[in-house]
Write a protein that binds this ligand. Structure first.
Ligand code: NI
Length: 169
């Protein structure tokens, strides 16, 4: 088990499009356990491999209160999204301290492999549906701040770069 460094916006590597996982093997199982450890340590509810600079289609999520219900989605595919959408207040481990509203589908149906390489069908709504949409965006190289206005996004970019400069000095 190891904690992995999380890329911070506006790192251009966050815009890399992830490739499918070829096989759920020992390397992937190690990555899954390291990503779960990293997500729990950072007190996040989801983490995409993109955020730890691994550009393969893999997501870990835990939206449970007790932080004891890890969900692993490998090569996730959206099969269906509800027409109904709502504005959801979101944050991201790659954009620390920033929260803003994003329109998301209320419900989704997703097919993916789990951590054992077994095919799973997940039909869900609420926080889990939002989290899946947010994390799947990461695999396409998209960070939630890209849904905001250019003005807001530029302010966030400036704030992040300043914080990163201060952290280094
Ligand atoms: Ni995120």
């Amino acid at each position: 088990m190891a904690l992995l460094p999380i890329l911070c916006y506006p790192d251009p590597k966050l815009h890399t499009v992830a490739a499918p996982v070829a096989a759920v093997d020992a390397r992937i199982r190690t990555l899954v356990s390291d990503m779960l450890e990293t997500m729990y340590e950072a007190k996040g509810i989801g983490l995409a491999a993109t955020q730890v600079n691994v550009h393969e289609r893999l997501i870990v999520i835990d939206v449970s209160e007790q932080r004891d219900a890890p969900l692993v989605l490998i090569n996730p595919e959206l099969l269906w999204t509800s027409e109904q959408t709502h504005l959801n207040e979101e944050g991201c481990l790659s954009v620390p301290g920033i929260y803003d509203g994003v329109m998301r589908h209320d419900a989704v149906k997703v097919q993916a492999l789990d951590g054992n390489g077994q095919r799973r069908l997940i039909e869900t709504d609420g926080l889990l549906a939002v989290c899946i949409q947010h994390e799947m965006d990461h695999l396409l190289g998209k960070v939630f701040v890209e849904y905001l206005s250019p003005l807001k996004r530029n302010r966030i970019k400036t704030k992040m770069l300043k914080a990163q400069r201060e952290a280094r000095s």
